[in-house]
Write a protein that binds this ligand. Structure first.
Ligand SMILES: *Cc1c(COP(=O)(O)O)cnc(C)c1O
Length: 497
């Protein structure tokens, strides 16, 4: 199995090379040359296995340059002992037709752990296979959750360094503290004056900057990415969707072969893209429902074919979805335009130069066959948190609430009663002020005070890794201008961090 760039089909790399590079030199994203298909009866077989065995078998279809032993070893290191339960991604049933796939029981309490706990092991193995002996520098822009999950995953991993940039005013207090207090010898964290899109764009520019890259090479280092553009993040996400389907079959909740929808709270389009790949692999997923907050650029794109970033940017209570330029959408466009790399280059040029593009009806038609889309504002999400809490004593975070709300709207509008998996992407304790306000109406200015009150109201304990933050001293408090990010990178990797 090879991977190709969405902007140059002729560039073909093994998975190890792909994972090491992160982003293609031409600015494109790597995608599998062919999407492997599950064999007949394979889901039934998977349903009898544990998570790591399932993961191994699914990875093996894409990562043919890894041995099965290596893949199993990576999965076991990532998923055994680091998650709250033996089952890293448990499912909670609400009512008759909703299955909450809880992806946040890892070390940083957000779904990013599912991929970022395993990515470092993939990277170290990839460096053994395809590396040039250079040390890997992970460069990451975060809208809040990726940064901490990446720091936690790469902390003190031999042969790696990690630098995380976050928008200074775009993350929650808990998210910021999680990053600022990160331990480890090989980590650096920096706030940026600007929003997530600015930060992500600047990181992409640094990535492809020849001068910076050669300076890095002189120091025996090269860049890679822990952002969701890295194939090493996408594949672990494909695993949990297939695994969730297998779980529902194993538990007798659905028949093997029964169609089920998937609803995903979406930002950079990585999580829902993984569901798309799972569907293409043959998992009987019906509609993939893309849920956005007030930054509803994807809702518009998936329903009209026009992607237009020339609009107001909102800071919401679901900050990890406050994104206007969803990187992974490029992969979907590539798949749906018949893998026309020239077309993708054109579209991405239009996005860069005019901040918009539109796809022809033929592509829009294909989008609509597979995707549905909707959005809700903070108020809709808050109401949904309250309703779930009152009706099911179920507490969900603000991002997940967006998904549930959009799913309910979809159901009401279409009458589609198909069961759905809803990706639950963060612990409610990551966004405690908004969650407390939703369930009790109380305005509490302090995250930790809010969390205490939620504990009293819900009886659900705050995860230890979050409550401990209060006692930790911030290590990284530096904030820079966008133009200074390159300098921060060079000074960090030059002197070692
Ligand atoms: C990152 C994140 C999302 C968005 O996921 P994408 O893969 O970027 O679409 C949603 N919810 C939470 C809690 C997140 O951390």
């Amino acid at each position: 199995m090879k991977f190709q760039s969405t902007r140059n089909k002729n560039l073909r790399l093994d998975s190890a090379e792909t994972i090491l590079k992160g982003l293609s030199d031409d600015g494109g994203l790597f995608v599998p040359v062919e999407i492997p298909v599950l064999k007949k009866g394979e889901i039934a077989k998977l349903s009898k296995l544990g998570y790591c065995e399932r993961a191994k078998r699914i990875f093996a279809k894409f990562m043919t340059d890894f041995s099965e032993e290596e893949l199993l070893e990576c999965a076991e290191k990532a998923y055994i002992g680091n998650f709250e339960n033996e089952e890293p991604a448990p499912i909670v049933k609400l009512g008759e037709s909703v299955y909450m796939l809880e992806l946040w029981h890892g070390p940083t309490c957000a779904f990013k752990d599912m991929a970022l706990q395993i990515l470092p092991y993939f990277l170290v193995k990839s460096a053994e296979k395809a590396g040039d002996g250079k040390k890997t520098v992970i460069l990451t822009a975060t809208s809040g959750d990726t940064g901490k999950a990446a720091l936690e995953g790469f902390c003190d991993v031999e042969g790696t360094e990690i630098i995380v940039f976050y928008p200074d005013n775009g993350v929650s207090k808990i998210q910021q503290l999680q990053m600022q207090t990160q331990k480890g010898k090989n980590v650096a964290v920096c706030g940026v004056k600007g929003n997530f899109d600015d930060t992500q764009t600047a990181v992409k520019t640094i990535f492809t900057d020849e001068k910076i890259r050669s300076e890095l090479a002189e120091n025996g280092k090269s860049f890679s990415s822990a952002n969701s553009i890295n194939v090493g993040r996408l594949l672990p996400q494909v695993v949990y969707y297939i695994s969730a389907y297998a779980d529902l079959v194993a538990d007798g909740e659905i028949e093997d072969g029964e169609t089920i929808n998937v609803t995903v709270p979406t930002g950079n389009f990585g999580n829902i893209l993984a569901a798309y790949y799972a569907k293409r692999m043959g998992v009987p997923f019906g509609k993939l429902i893309c849920a956005s907050n007030a930054n509803n650029v994807l809702t518009d794109f998936l329903s009209t074919g026009e992607y237009n970033v020339n609009r107001e940017f909102f800071m919401t209570e679901s900050p990890s979805m406050d994104i206007l330029v969803s990187s992974n959408l490029e992969r979907l466009v590539f798949e749906l335009c018949g893998k026309d790399d020239g077309y993708v280059r054109e579209v991405m040029k239009s996005l860069r130069e005019h901040r918009e593009y539109h796809v022809p009806d033929e592509i829009l038609g294909k989008i609509k066959e597979t995707f549905a889309a909707g959005y809700t504002d903070d108020c809709g999400a808050e109401n949904r948190i309250k309703m779930l809490f009152e009706e099911y004593s179920y507490l969900c975070d603000t991002h997940t609430a967006v998904a549930v709300e959009v799913y309910e709207k979809y159901k009401a509008e279409t009458g589609d009663r198909t069961k759905t998996i809803i990706a639950s992407t963060a612990s409610p304790y990551k966004f405690p002020r908004a969650v407390l306000k939703s369930i009790s109406g109380a305005n509490e200015a302090d995250d930790f005070e809010a969390a205490k009150k939620i504990e009293v109201l819900s009886g659900l304990p705050m995860p230890k890794q979050l409550s401990e933050l209060l006692e930790k001293e911030p290590r990284f408090t530096f904030v820079c201008e966008r133009e200074e990010m390159a300098e921060f990178v060079l000074s960090t990797v030059g002197g070692g961090c």
